[in-house]
Design a protein around this ligand. Structure first.
Ligand code: R5P
Length: 292
């Protein structure tokens, strides 16, 4: 039997398949039945290697369901393989890495215990919201960036004097990484989010950088779309040309995609950490490199 198995969680079938081909591992698929009470029943189709398993399961919504499926797959893989690496392409709960308001539970601490307890020896994730989250884990971790592959996509477009923009200061390094690779300048806006209501405001007053230019708004994730919408509204007022969005994780909750398109974003491009219409950038090569 092949020395490495890629165990494909239901939330990451396409990525797991591509990864298994890249690293020449045998692919173990899973079938999932959700009972009326919400429980997941998982059945594996194939034999897991005794040596090493790579479990791939992203944690987009339903987040808790996908988490329990990830833990179950890791646990099963660990019964057979001596080493289990978990690939969590989109790490849910990553924004809950700090006690921002008194009494808030830092869920990332809980996740660290769960992954370790289930049997993973290493967690690999992609563009985690902040590295603070992984500091709560006591097993080996690695965060890889989808930016190089997103840049490759944008290099094929003909953009007019392109400028890379981060919608907030927290994403400045990511925007810089994108811009350096892309070969353009970048700026980071000032954003404020009300911790109670979740409402977003752009605090930047003016910028003379964007007029007449095509912009690429770079972010780790789009959830409600609030950050991208507010940033686009601001940038359009500053008389920019086209606005594109490059993000790793397109959660696009509810009608976020529609709202983003309605305010005039030309295109949303995301990675296949979360499958979907906008997820046209494959990152299986980046994951493959991180494993070996
Ligand atoms: C926040 O700091 C993140 O980098 C994203 O900008 C944010 O989580 C996106 O969420 P939403 O789409 O709900 O504004």
């Amino acid at each position: 039997m092949n020395k490495i198995s890629v165990v494909s969680g239901k939330s990451s079938e396409d990525l797991a398949k591509k990864l298994s081909r890249k690293i020449k591992a045998n692919l173990v698929k899973s079938e999932v039945k959700i009972f009326p009470d919400g429980e997941s029943k998982i059945t594996l189709d194939g034999n897991i290697s005794k040596e090493k398993s790579i479990v791939v399961q992203s944690m987009y919504p339903p987040v808790d369901t996908n988490l329990i499926q990830a833990l179950s797959l890791i646990s099963k893989a660990k019964e057979i393989s001596s080493e289990v690496i978990a690939i969590i392409p989109y790490m849910g709960y990553a924004r809950q890495d700090t006690e921002f308001l008194p009494g808030e539970i830092v869920t990332m601490k809980v996740l660290g215990k769960l992954f370790k307890g289930a049997g993973a020896s290493k967690i690999i994730t992609v563009d985690i919201h902040s590295m603070i989250g992984l500091k709560h884990f006591t097993l080996k971790t690695k965060n890889v960036s989808a930016m190089p592959n997103l840049v490759k996509y944008f290099k094929k477009l003909r953009l007019k004097r392109p400028l890379v923009i981060s919608p907030d200061q927290g994403g400045k390094d990511r925007a810089k990484e994108f811009a350096d690779e892309f070969g353009s300048e970048y700026i980071a806006l000032e954003k404020n989010r009300d911790r109670k209501t979740g409402k977003v405001q752009i605090k930047t007053k003016n910028t003379d950088k964007v007029a007449g230019r095509d912009l690429i708004l770079v972010d780790d994730m789009i959830s409600t779309g609030g950050s991208i919408i507010k940033a686009t509204q601001f940038l359009k007022k500053q008389k920019c040309k086209k606005v594109y969005v490059a993000c790793t994780h397109a959660l696009l909750m509810n009608d976020a995609e529609k709202k983003i398109r309605e305010i005039g974003v030309t295109n949303i491009v995301s990675a296949n950490t979360i499958p979907g219409k906008t997820s046209v950038v494959d990152i299986s090569d980046i994951i493959a490199k991180a494993i070996t």
